[in-house]
Design a protein around this ligand. Structure first.
Ligand code: UD1
Ligand code: CA
Length: 456
């Protein structure tokens, strides 16, 4: 079936009380609008037209997905919003799926089911509806004696009797393109809100003799609209549970799902264990048998198997297999750790490569460095990468041993198998195999304290 989606996202979202457009508010680490676009793409729709208005530039800049943008400069209603997309679809004769940018929980499965039923029925319009306990605020589905949908009445325009209907309009529909745009030409803003309602199109199509139908959503929570920050948090909780359940079903142990936060684009290998207080954001990918957390923030991490992380913050970094990090480490962007690398407590690493089997066990800063294989970095070692103006590189060869409390003043190179004595400030390159000690000679005065006491 030839389907194009039109996603309505031009509204202000007044009740969010935000300077940011509503559809950019995040759920599980991703703007609401991206979830909706993702659901459409997941349902097999390759062309998505997004109608933007309020904060249009910000929305366009923030959402880096392959969509067509259309601007609705004045927000005159949902029907008016759909009209803005017409000029992009003048020759289009397929089906149009209309979605709202503020229903981020909608699933691809539900959209696929709607499209499938729409196709089978030969309807001119199929409305996705839901039976809800409290229908207030939503448009009500009006059916004729034969059960066919004859129209939708908005809450503010509904009669006493119509308000009792608890089958509501989810704001998601599938239309035959030609019938949609023909019907849109006839709607008027003569209603309680003075807007061009998309919902009025249903009655127009019905009275023109078009077939109208409804498809009920299986889980009404999927179509929950987000209008304020209370609903935003509720949606976050629902989506978070869904994500956690998917990981658990796929073989990941999550010790305490109430205290674990995994973004929608995170991949975790089987038999990994996630401890409480762990936040995973962005495009993270962990291998099998990892132990993640407790109390760690992991953003855009690509890790091999058997990574162990405790009480640490890692962002935009890559690790091999068998790496241990923490407790209390900070791994910053551009860090690449090879297999079996150990990063211990109170270590900060930035924009550096640490090759297989090397260790940075305690209290170090490694920045703009390349550390070879099987290198040991003693406690308190600092790469002095910044001279106040520019950043410089430190290079350490395989099997080198850097004594504790060494300052490596970059640019500087320590060759393979070299040894740096503890407490050295290294400003010149050290050749491979050399011993380098840079510190004042130790002086020892025997019996110093006894002699001092005698003088008294
Ligand atoms: C709409 C439906 C209602 C349905 C409900 C489901 C209409 C008239 N009503 O009501 O039947 O039960 O959704 O959540 O359609 N938008 C624009 N331009 C505009 C106006 C709105 O792009 O001029 C966008 C909004 O950004 C939003 C979506 O359309 O994403 C829905 O608009 P909203 O004002 O939230 O409609 P509801 O009152 O919720
Ligand atoms: Ca809404």
């Amino acid at each position: 079936m030839n389907v194009v989606a039109i996603i309505l996202a031009a509204g202000k979202g007044t009740r969010m009380k935000s300077r940011m457009p509503k559809v950019l508010h995040g759920i599980c680490g991703k703007p609401m609008l991206e979830h909706v676009i993702g659901a459409a793409v997941g349902a097999g729709i390759s062309r998505n037209i997004v109608v933007i208005g309020h904060g249009a530039d910000t929305v366009r800049e923030s959402v880096k997905l392959d969509v067509d943008w259309v601007e609705q400069t004045e927000q005159l209603g949902t029907g008016h919003a759909v009209m803005q997309a017409e000029r992009l679809l003048s020759d289009f004769t397929g089906s149009i799926l209309v979605l709202c940018g503020d229903t981020p929980l909608i699933s691809s499965d539900t959209l696929q089911r709607l499209l499938q039923k729409h196709k089978e029925s030969g309807n001119s319009v199929s409305v996705l509806t839901a039976d809800v306990g409290d229908p207030s605020g939503y448009g009500r589905i009006i059916r004729g004696d034969d059960g066919a949908v004859t129209g939708i009445v908005e809450h503010r325009d509904a009669s006493e009797d119509q308000l009792k209907i608890n089958e509501i309009n989810t704001g998601i529909y599938c239309f035959a393109a030609k019938e949609l745009f023909t019907a849109l030409q006839t709607i008027s803003p003569a209603n309680a809100q003075g807007e061009y309602y998309l919902t009025d199109v249903i009655a127009v199509i019905a009275s023109n003799g078009g077939r109208t139908g409804a498809v009920k959503v299986e889980d009404a929570l999927e179509t929950m609209g987000i209008n304020d920050r209370v609903q935003l948090a509720a949606a976050e909780t629902l989506m978070r549970r869904k994500i956690l359940t998917a990981h658990m079903t796929a073989g990941v142990t999550i010790i305490d799902p109430d205290n674990t936060y995994i973004g929608s684009e995170v991949i975790i290998g089987c038999d990994s264990v996630v401890y409480p207080g762990t936040v995973m954001e962005g495009k993270c990918c962990f291998g099998e048998n990892c132990i993640l957390g407790p109390y760690s923030r992991l953003t855009d991490v690509k890790a091999g198997n058997a990574l162990t992380v405790q009480n640490s913050v890692i962002s935009d970094a890559t690790t091999g297999n068998g790496v241990t990090i923490g407790p209390f480490s900070y791994i910053r962007p551009g860090t690449v750790l090879g297999d079996n690398v150990k990063v211990g407590d109170f270590v900060e690493i930035k924009n550096s490569v640490v090759e297989n089997g090397s260790k940075v066990p305690h209290l170090s800063y490694v920045g703009d460095a390349h550390i070879g294989e099987r290198v040991n970095i003693g406690a308190g070692t600092i790469t002095c990468n910044y001279d106040g103006t520019e950043k410089w590189q430190t290079r350490i060869g395989n099997n080198a041993f850097i004594g504790s409390n060494t300052n490596l003043v970059a640019p500087v190179t320590v060759g393979e198998n070299a040894i740096i004595g503890a407490g050295s400030t290294v400003t010149k390159n050290v050749p491979g195999g050399a011993l380098c000690i840079e510190r004042a000679k130790q002086k020892v005065y025997p019996d110093w304290t006894t002699r001092k006491n005698k003088k008294k």
